[in-house]
Design a protein around this ligand. Structure first.
Ligand code: HEC
Ligand code: HEC
Ligand code: HEC
Ligand code: HEC
Ligand code: HEC
Length: 376
């Protein structure tokens, strides 16, 4: 009886697969699905992201069509094949689907951008679990004991799991899309500058998909699961502050903030984006607000500011790479309390204007990552 039910369940789930595969996963992985639905991966398409839409509309078009699909909606097989963008369910609900990420076999390195190589399998997924590394592909198993009175099962009745792909342990699974995005002039317009090293304490996954409370699946209880909303600019952003250290040194004239970035990549490197370090001093119950420091990259062509697709270089690059010393002229006095606040804004003022998004409040919002008070 149980077998029949299971067969029926798998069968109806298979029918579902044709329209929206991630919805099937929701049945057994509801917490992960709900997080994913709020993530920038689900929102990476033209339909779901107003910045992406504005940018694509301004972008010059050629016979290759919507090439952005390679990273922004690889699950939409039609646009991947034809380059013709349509308004459809995949673009809306799963432009980068659960199955897409969990079947990336390898990443091929390329000069303009890398390429994800998929297994093409729909019911066998890669995952990482150190305790199961080295075991063979996990299939659904049931066992009866107590003369058939007690039945236990293990693994998933819907799919197999392969725990042996190193890319899911070291973060390389993210690098098919996040390594570099060069424009046709060979200039990298997303300066993440990421480098995965063997002795890294943290990985893309441990920092951006940390284990958070809640079971990863309904059929078996686990205390935690990997956060699929993606910790970063939109979610759990104040948690990300733990990877940034401030070190302040008082000087004769003013003071210097030494910022150390523990991430294995540059911060604020997305085209038209900016980071902001705000500083203020509380002195004798009055607040002195200092001129903020802006982290950004101004893209240029022939020495003039240019849109990302035309850029061949930069006019200015004040991004936060591994370390940055920022000097403020105001001298610190005994009794002062210095407040440092580091945050990010999706678009610079000029960028918002260039994209016609100057009235969109979301893109101008200051999103705090870290705030620290230091007494002198
Ligand atoms: C019928 C229920 C069911 C459905 C539907 C289902 N899963 Fe699972 N999944 C499970 C179970 C049970 C496990 C095993 C958990 C364990 O062994 O700890 C699992 C485990 C996983 C794992 C590995 C977790 C780990 O332990 O590291 C991944 C990845 C995964 N599923 C992805 C998916 C994706 C993607 C989909 C949708 C295409 C999906 N699952 C649909 C039940 C399901
Ligand atoms: C090689 C993969 C890749 C390709 C191809 C690609 N992008 Fe992206 N894009 C990314 C990644 C990864 C991010 C996120 C980077 C980040 O946040 O630092 C991103 C972010 C963006 C953003 C910022 C979104 C936001 O909400 O701030 C815009 C806009 C954008 N891309 C537009 C485009 C357009 C338009 C195209 C096609 C002409 C394109 N991209 C092609 C990988 C790619
Ligand atoms: C951007 C790529 C990406 C997307 C999209 C994605 N996952 Fe994952 N998923 C990962 C990575 C990376 C891990 C962590 C390594 C691991 O355990 O597999 C993970 C872990 C898991 C796990 C194991 C949880 C744990 O705590 O180890 C399950 C189950 C899972 N994903 C299911 C899903 C489902 C269901 C969806 C869609 C709703 C989905 N994933 C979408 C990349 C992705
Ligand atoms: C199929 C391509 C693809 C893969 C694989 C992928 N990403 Fe992304 N990611 C994107 C795109 C595209 C965006 C930008 C979406 C937008 O805003 O339009 C993005 C945005 C992000 C952002 C910035 C926005 C935020 O929510 O803070 C982070 C962080 C991120 N991804 C982390 C990861 C990690 C970690 C992995 C690996 C587990 C991963 N991504 C795998 C394409 C991908
Ligand atoms: C030590 C922790 C750490 C590691 C490891 C890490 N990141 Fe990050 N990442 C951060 C922090 C902190 C931010 C800034 C978050 C914010 O803006 O709220 C960030 C921001 C990002 C952004 C948004 C950048 C922007 O300005 O648009 C992307 C995309 C991203 N990370 C992807 C990755 C990828 C891919 C990897 C693996 C190569 C990775 N990260 C490894 C901590 C980490």
């Amino acid at each position: 009886m149980k077998k029949v039910l299971l067969f029926l369940l798998t069968f109806t789930l298979s029918l579902f697969a044709i329209s929206n595969e991630s919805k099937i996963c929701q049945k057994c992985h509801p917490t992960i699905y709900n997080e994913y639905y709020q993530s920038s991966h689900r929102k990476a398409s033209v339909i779901n992201n107003p910045i992406h839409k504005a940018y694509w509309e301004k972008h010059p078009k050629d016979e290759n069509g919507y090439t952005c699909a390679k990273c922004h909606s690889p699950s939409d097989k039609e646009v991947m094949k034809t380059g013709v963008l349509t308004d459809n369910d995949i673009q809306k609900h799963e432009p980068i689907s659960c199955v897409f990420c969990h079947t990336i076999k390898n990443v091929d390195e390329g000069s303009l951008s890398n390429t994800n190589i998929s297994t093409g399998k729909h019911k066998e997924f890669f995952s990482a679990d150190k305790t199961k590394k080295g075991t063979k592909v996990a299939k659904f198993e049931t066992e009866s004991s107590w003369f058939g009175l007690v039945k236990t099962s293990k693994n998933s009745p819907y799919h197999k799991i392969d725990y042996n792909n190193e890319n899911y342990y070291n973060g390389n699974v993210c690098m098919g899309c996040h390594s570099h995005t060069n424009n046709e002039h060979g200039f990298d317009i997303v300066m993440l500058d990421a480098l995965i090293k063997k002795d890294d304490k943290n990985t893309c996954i441990s920092c951006h998909m940390p284990q958070v409370p809640g079971s990863k699946v309904t059929l078996a209880e686990s205390k935690t699961h990997a956060y699929h909303g993606i910790s970063g600019i939109f979610h759990r952003n104040q948690d990300m502050g733990q990877y940034i250290d401030f070190n302040v040194s008082k000087e004769e004239k003013g003071f210097t903030v030494d910022i150390h970035n523990q991430a294995n990549h540059a911060l604020f490197g997305q085209a038209l984006r900016q980071g902001v370090l705000k500083a203020s001093i509380e002195r004798n119950r009055k607040e002195i607000v200092l001129e903020p420091f802006i982290f950004t990259r101004i893209l240029a062509k022939d020495g003039k500011e240019a849109m990302p697709w035309n850029a061949t270089g930069t006019l200015k690059d004040t991004l936060l790479y591994e370390e940055k010393k920022i000097h403020f002229n105001e001298s610190l006095q005994k009794g002062d309390t210095l407040t440092l606040t580091l945050g990010v804004q999706l678009l610079t003022e000029k960028g918002a204007k260039a994209l016609g998004l100057e009235d969109n409040e979301e893109v101008k919002k200051f999103r705090i990552m870290k705030s620290e008070k230091i007494k002198f």
